[in-house]
Design a binder for this molecule. Sequence first.
Ligand code: ZN
Length: 80
Amino acid sequence: MTLTITSPLKKRLPTVSAWFTHPAESEYRTWFVCANCAFEMRAHNTGPPVAYRDDRVRKQLEQRDRLVLEKSIFKRPADT
Ligand SMILES: [Zn+2]
């Protein structure tokens, strides 16, 4: 996968890498994380991302997504 995204804070080098998480059965996220600064961006995917690979999964980010997911499930009104 080739990435040409450039960090908005340090524009000289493309230092942003894409990572994936799979926090639940049908949940996928794509993360763009800069190696040089705190820039990070998360995209929600409706299915497995085209470039999804298990070795591109970041467990640390996946843990964060899982926590967000659990909170949103907790807040969801119960079905009647
Ligand atoms: Zn950056």
